[in-house]
Structure formats: C-alpha cells, structure tokens
Design a protein around this ligand. Structure first.
Ligand code: ADP
Ligand code: MG
Length: 707
C-alpha cells in the first residue's frame, strides 16, 4: 500500500453501518430502523423509501452503478443478480433511482436455482427480500461498484428456497427460549438474548499456473490423481514456520478488504498441511457472522486470483494430506453481554450454566443424526467418513472437570442444594478450572471450549448456516426438556436451584452415551459408539436419510423452521448435488486417464524401448529397462480395467431413474472405483519422467513455489 492508513479509519467504510445510517437518516427513521435490526419488526413504506434513498446516495458516492440482492440458495453458497440504478425522467433525462420497494423485494431469475421439485408443485417464481439485520455493503469491481443487499429467498407461496431463512427462524426460537430460561432463573436485567458465532475458515492456496493444468481441481475442486510427495506432511514444519512472504502479501490484502467491509478478521496463520492456512474472525451476532464468512470466502477468491493463486475451499483437495474444515464456534449472550455458556461465578449462575450445557447434551443425544446430516456433502465425506477428524459420530467433549462433575451429579442424592453441597460438588470451582482445562481434545466433533462450543464437523466449503440452524434447533429442544424437568421438580418455590440440579442430574444420566473424552480418531471409538447406540452415517446419502425421517420432520415443524415439504425438497436437492458431483468426478477422471495419463505413459514407453533397442545393439541385455517396460504394461492394463469398470457403473447410474439408488451406488461402488483407478494413475506418475508428465504433481503444488 502506498500511503499509510490507520485500520480504525477505514474499518467498515464499505458497509452501511449504524454510523452511516445515523448520518444519512432522519432521527426517527434511524431509531426505528435500529429497533427493527435489534428486535425485529416491519418497515413502513415511507421508511423503506427513506432508507433506499439514503442507501443509493451512499452507494453512488462509492461509485456504484448497480444494486444486487445477495442471497444464499440451497446450493452454491451465494448468488446475486445485479440491477442498474439507471432510470429516466418523464422528459427522458437520465437519473439514478432506487425505491423502497426495490430495496425490500426483488425477483431474481429464479428458474435455475434448485428447489427440489417444489416449485413445479407450487409456484414457478421466487423472490428475494431484504434482511435488515445484515448491513448492505459495497462490492468493488475493477471499474465501478455495486450496492449489495443481504436477502432471504422465498417462493411466492412462501416456501423457503434458501438457507438464511431457516437460520433466522432458528435464531428467533432459540433466543426466545434462552431468554425464558434466564427469566426462570430470576434474571430481571436482560432485555434479550443473542446467538454468537465465529467460524474459523481453513483453506489451501496453490499457484494459478498449476491449477490451470489440473482439470480435476478445476471441475471437482479436488485432485482425483496424484502420488504422495516424498516429503509428505510428517515434518509438520509448515505449521510452526513463518508465513511465506507471497502468502502474507495475499493475507494483508484480504484483511484490508475485510476491514473495509466491517468484517472483523482476527487471526491468520499456517495450518497443519503444507500450503494450508486459516483465517479466524472475532465472533459476532450469528446471522452477521455467517454473512461475513460468505463474504470472506468471496473476497479471498478474488484476491487470491489477483495474487496469482487459486484458493481451494474443498474439504479434501489432496489425498493423504490433511483436509480443511470450518470450525464453528457458537454461544449465546444476553443484552448485558453475559455469555450463557460461561460457567459463572456464583452457585446460581453455575447451575444456570449447567442447565444450558445439559440442554445442548439433551439435543445432541436425541438428534445427533440431524447434526451429521447438516454437514453432509460429497466433499465433507472425505473428512467425516474417513479416518480423519472429526468422525461422523456425533459426540460431545466436555473436558475432565465437567465430566467428573456431571458424573458426580448424576450419582449424587440431594434434597436441597446448600452451601456445603456446592462445595462438595466442586461447583464453586468450576469457573476458574473450566476455562483453562478444556479444549485439549482436537479430535471431537463438538468440544466445549471454556465458554462456547466448537462444532468442528462443518466443511470448509460449506455455508455453516445449516449447522448453526441445527445447533439452535437442538438447543431449543433441549431447553424445552430442561424447562419441563425443572417444572416437574419445582414445588412452586421461587428459587429453582434445587429443581434445576435434579433436572441436570437426570439429563447427565440420560446423555452419558454422547459424552466422549477419548480419541475420536481411534478405531475403537467406532466399535464403542456402535455399542452405545450412536449413529454413524459414513456417507452423504446415509446421512441425508435423516432429513425425511419422522422425528426430524416433527422437530423442524414443531419449531416452525421448515415444513415437511421443504425438508423433502431439500433432501432431493442435496442428493441431486451429491450425484452430480460424483458423476462429474467419474467423467473428469476418465477424461484425464485417456487424454493425459495414458498418452504420457506411452510416450515414456517409446523412449524406454528406444533405449532398450540401443542397449541390445551394443550387445547388452537391457534387462532393467525391460522390467520397467513390463511394469508400464501392468499399469496400462490396470488403467484399462479400471476405466471399463468405471464406464460400466456410469452406464448403470445413467439407466437408473431413482435418485436414492443412484446416490447409493455412487457412494459405495463409485468411490471404490475412483480409488482403485487412482492407484494405477499414481503408479503411472511414478514411472514417467517429469518433462513428459503434464499434470502438476503434489510436490509442485504443495512444496515448490513460483516465488
Ligand atoms: P482459540 O481457538 O485459540 O481458543 P478463541 O477461543 O479466542 O481462540 O476463539 C476461537 C474462535 O472462537 C474465534 O473465531 C472467536 O471469535 C470465536 N469465539 C470466541 N468466543 C466466542 C463466543 N462467545 N461465541 C462465538 N464464538 C466465539
Ligand atoms: Mg482451528
């Protein structure tokens, strides 16, 4: 950067934040708008017009010529359609216009967004509607700029077509239930409860020149072939090393762009795998945190490109090398800033904390399968289904102290909870101990980390709105359970500590099976989990079956998050996406084998047979070259066989009309075939000289840099 700019001076300059609103709106409209943002409500048409005009003027001052409703369809993370501000006066003069109506609602060209067959049943059109709780922002492009309006996406008959709407609904429900629980504990000061989230984003960077030559990465996001490099990951020197200057340069530009958008990026560092990195934000209001994560991904993509990199968000771009996730940190806080997962510093606060903790346990215990379902897709299967963390079994890690405490409580007999009892139960010690005693287990899909949960099963490419929606839903369910149980034990007394402790005791017993402190990567855990009756959906098609299960539908309908129809259509969309991804992998691999791998092998074969000929002419046997040639022949045979099997299965899938069956074949047989064929591809790579082999190797993409 040429001139020195202070972060605090440019932070948030590209968002229509409160400061901007205060400057540009009348006092009345500003106050009402803030009220709606904080508590919900409806805008009057007059207010909408005033805000639209202010937004337009602000956007034009940043060079905007267009506006866009930006939304989160069920597939593809985000989408937007740009419309110009251009309009004409009665006398034909050009002007910029933007009305309240345009701000609030817009109709994207909906026909191409997936709706799982729903739209044909109902209504062909969908519309986007402004989400005032997420501020509009400026998308800068090379020549001009666009005013972007975060929106939800619904069909005209009201069916949900996006993932933001259910998230907003789930936030509404869980925040109300949490608030009610605070009231039950006699809290008189809190005005509301808000959910907080901080998604940590992992990613790989590779040089663009390599990317261009990798059709597998271009079309499927991951490498379908590639032999393990000699160096591998064993050294782990990358994690502790300093950040490469060229990468740091990229990170700096990302941070500046994020700060301008008011996105609070906090840390940037190397991750475990070579060329793998992470960006973690400061946590925010959950809805905003999700929007910001999606914007972050978009910004990173563009800036990577400008730096000669391509960013890979795929969960497993390189076989045999650590994959990428998106650790979702999640908590709730009241209007006074008290974190509800903070163990608290008085017996009452601590028991209240244990009630919230128990509610999470109750939710995960009953609906762990749904939590797995929320993060199911083809990419994430490589992490969750394989021997890489976290596994597909949903368990919770609490740390030694809380585990012992819950065990004690579940064994204990107490009629009333006096001072002595608190001391006996070590309840008084919780706050200090918990904070520095947790988070040592990095293998658990869901870890309590001192004053928040860290849900680690989300994939790096995913919109974590769906996982967050599910966590909120499970907690809502759990809070209902806790409320019922407390009511059962409370004999009309004002102080509910005794009743609450009894409820905690019950849940501690009931949820023992989902508490696991051991190594979640270990093979033994799979056996143990089976004994405990915990579900383990290894593949996406298996996990998605939860979506239409009776229990799931009941849960989603009870809390008015999604209807049965919506869940069924979502199931279809996800399954369809899975099938398309896998079929694409089939096609790309086949193409690479035929147009790159076999030709390279044959070229090499020619040079060796020339060599062998030369040796023979010199009176030698050429035995060694003959051995290599035989190995090449075996490899060619393997490739031939693998291709035939792939084609046969592809034909079966093509002929199959049932989506569920297609997905099942692909997830079992399909993956096996891809892996089998890959072995011969990687063998070929090891037999061909560098100058002939055209596909960039792992060693090049991960270790040999262009800078
Ligand atoms: P560490 O991973 O080293 O323990 P932190 O605990 O500070 O680091 O935070 C990790 C991530 O969790 C950050 O993105 C942070 O913003 C987020 N986070 C911290 N506290 C909360 C909270 N109360 N609610 C939601 N996310 C949080
Ligand atoms: Mg992390």
């Amino acid at each position: 950067m040429s001139s020195v700019r202070k972060l605090s001076e440019y932070y948030g300059t590209l968002t229509f934040n409160k400061k901007e609103m205060r400057n540009r709106l009348s006092k009345k409209t500003f106050e009402e708008a803030v009220e709606i943002i904080e508590k919900g409500g409806k805008l009057t048409p007059e207010m909408a017009n005033e805000i639209a005009t202010a937004l337009k003027e602000w956007a034009i001052s940043h060079g905007a010529t267009h506006f866009a409703h930006w939304f989160q369809p069920q597939r593809g993370v985000t989408a937007e359609k740009h419309d110009t501000f251009l309009s004409f006066t009665d006398t034909g003069e050009v002007m910029e216009s933007f009305s309240g109506k345009q701000l609030i609602q817009s109709e994207p060209d909906a026909s191409s967004f997936p709706s799982g067959g729903m739209r044909s049943t109902f209504e062909a059109r969908g519309y986007t509607a402004w989400d005032p709780t997420s501020p509009a922002f400026i998308l800068k492009s090379k020549k001009t700029a666009t005013l972007v309006i975060p929106s939800i996406y619904l069909s005209y008959t009201g069916e949900v077509l996006d993932v933001k709407t259910p998230l907003l609904r789930s936030l509404h429900v869980v925040e109300q239930k949490a608030y009610d629980m605070l009231k039950l504990f006699g809290n008189r000061t809190a005005k509301h409860v808000r959910t907080t989230a901080g998604p940590e984003q992992e990613y790989f960077l590779i040089d663009k020149e390599y990317y261009k030559k990798r059709h597998d990465i271009i079309f499927t996001g991951r490498t379908l072939v590639g032999a393990s490099p000699a160096k591998g990951q064993q050294m782990e020197d990358h994690y502790f090393g300093s950040i490469r200057p060229k990468v740091l340069d990229f990170m700096e530009d990302v941070d500046v762009a994020l700060f301008e958008r008011g996105i609070p990026a906090k840390t940037r560092h190397n991750e475990v795998a070579p060329n793998q990195y992470e960006l973690a934000p400061i946590f925010e209001d959950a809805n905003l945190a999700i929007d910001h994560n999606l914007q972050t991904m978009e910004i990173m993509k563009q800036i990577a490109d400008a730096h000669g990199f391509v960013i890979l968000f795929h969960e497993k771009p390189f076989a045999g090398i650590n994959g990428s996730g998106k650790h979702l940190n999640w908590s709730l806080a009241d209007s006074e800033g008290n974190n509800l997962f903070d163990p608290g510093n008085s017996p009452k606060k601590t028991i209240q904390f244990l009630v919230f903790l128990s509610a999470v346990l109750a939710g995960v215990n009953k609906f762990g399968g749904i939590l797995r379902m929320a993060v199911a897709d083809a990419g994430n299967d490589h992490r969750l289904g394989a021997n890489e963390a976290p596994p597909a079994i949903m368990s919770v890690f609490l740390g030694d102290y809380l585990t012992v405490l819950l065990d004690d409580i579940s064994k204990g007999e107490f009629k009333s909870v006096n001072e002595q009892k608190f001391a006996d139960l070590k309840l008084k010690k919780i706050p200090s101990i918990v904070l520095d005693n947790t988070d040592r287990n990095r293998t658990s899909p869901m870890a309590f980390t001192g004053n928040k949960f860290e849900f680690r099963a989300v994939g790096s490419s995913q919109n974590c709105a769906e996982a967050l929606t599910t966590l909120n839903l499970l907690l809502s369910y759990g809070l209902d359970i806790m409320t019922e149980k407390i009511a059962k034990y409370n004999k009309g007394e004002k102080d509910i500590k005794d009743a609450a402790l009894k409820a905690i005791k019950e849940v501690a017993k009931e949820t023992e099976r989902i508490r696991f402190e051991g190594n979640n990567y270990a093979q033994d855990w799979h056996k143990e989990a089976l004994k405990r009756g915990l579900p383990e959906a290894k593949t996406t098609p298996e996990a998605l079956k939860y979506m239409t299960a009776e229990d799931t539908v009941k849960l989603f309908e009870k809390y008015e998050i999604l209807t049965k129809t919506e869940l069924h259509s979502k199931y279809e969309i996800k399954l369809d996406a899975y099938v398309k991804t896998k079929v694409m992998e089939f096609n790309v691999l086949k193409d690479m084998v035929l147009t790159r791998i076999i030709p390279s092998l044959v070229k090499q074969l020619n040079t060796y047979s020339n060599g062998k000929e030369a040796l023979k002419n010199a009176g030698k046997t050429g035995k060694f070259l003959q051995e290599i040639i035989s190995e090449m022949d075996t490899t060619l045979e393997g490739l031939n066989e693998g291709l035939k099997k792939l084609e046969k299965t592809a034909a079966t899938i093509d002929a199959e009309n049932d989506l569920v069956k297609k997905a099942d074949i692909l997830s079992v047989e399909g993956n096996k075939l891809l892996n089998e064929l890959r072995i011969f591809c990687d063998k070929a790579e090891s037999l061909v000289e560098d100058d002939i082999w055209e596909i960039p190797k792992y060693s090049e993409m991960l270790f040999l840099y262009n800078d």
